[in-house]
Design a protein around this ligand. Structure first.
Ligand code: UTP
Length: 218
């Protein structure tokens, strides 16, 4: 598969969503040439909040988060029967791709998230698309908890950046992309498909280039 890079959001590692993680693993087993970047999820959040409570600096919180993403990536990798180590950099990931025709990784260095890693990996591997598998089904034009919030099926890079920076969105609201990821996507014209992990068929429709329900940023 010279298909998309998959950004597997850490939220799929929540205890209550375990079945979706297992479904994802079962289905991705059938795909060849996968490139997956795995997020930190609850383990990252828990460990970071403990460290924050004792006054650790942001740099070290990020280091903690990265270790959590690598732990989750190791879980997915072992579940798929892969014995190679989780790569610690994009360069290493590209080398693994060449050697093994598949790669599963977590974070790389402090200062960004695994979404940004997935876009950088897509650039490095010349992939045209990143599928962001996350805990929301679409981007919405306002806080999705509001009754009149509307789903967005297609949005440009610049409108998405504008949305993230707009003050209309409530603080702490879960926005499934960050500005860095959008900027990397824009400079290399990489399409981002946002899909909810709660519909496995839909996730794989997005991955295999079929019609899917979710938001496309391009
Ligand atoms: P995630 O990519 O899971 O971040 O990395 P997130 O946005 O908090 O989680 P999702 O997207 O909702 O699942 C977890 C944490 O690890 C650190 C950051 O602190 C991030 O918040 N991290 C991750 C890095 O510093 N660098 C990386 O390359 C990846």
């Amino acid at each position: 598969m010279s298909g998309p890079v998959i950004s597997l959001g850490g939220s799929i590692f929540s205890k209550t969503d375990e079945k979706y993680l297992l479904e994802f693993i079962e289905r991705i087993r059938e795909e060849e040439g996968y490139a997956i970047v795995v997020g930190g999820g609850p383990i990252a959040r828990d460990q970071i909040s403990k460290l924050r409570a004792i006054g650790a600096k942001e740099y070290y919180l990020d280091m903690m988060g990265i270790q959590a993403t690598r732990l989750n990536a190791t879980m997915v990798s072992l579940a798929l029967g892969n014995l190679m180590d989780v790569p610690k950099s994009i360069d290493e990931a590209v080398r693994q791709m060449k050697l093994y025709k598949r790669v599963i990784m977590g974070g790389t260095e402090p200062g960004h998230t695994t979404d940004a890693v997935s876009l950088l990996l897509a650039e490095a591997l010349s992939r045209e698309t990143v599928v962001n598998v996350t805990n929301v089904d679409y981007l919405y034009d306002k806080d999705p908890k509001l009754k009149d919030a509307k789903k967005i099926e297609k949005i440009s890079y610049s409108s998405a950046v504008e949305m993230i920076t707009s003050e209309k969105r409530g603080a702490g609201q879960n926005f499934p992309l960050d500005i860095l990821s959008l900027n990397i996507a824009r400079r290399s014209n990489i399409k981002i498909k946002i899909v909810s992990f709660r519909d496995s068929l839909n996730v794989f429709n997005a991955i295999t280039g079929k019609k899917f329900r979710g938001t496309t940023v391009s």
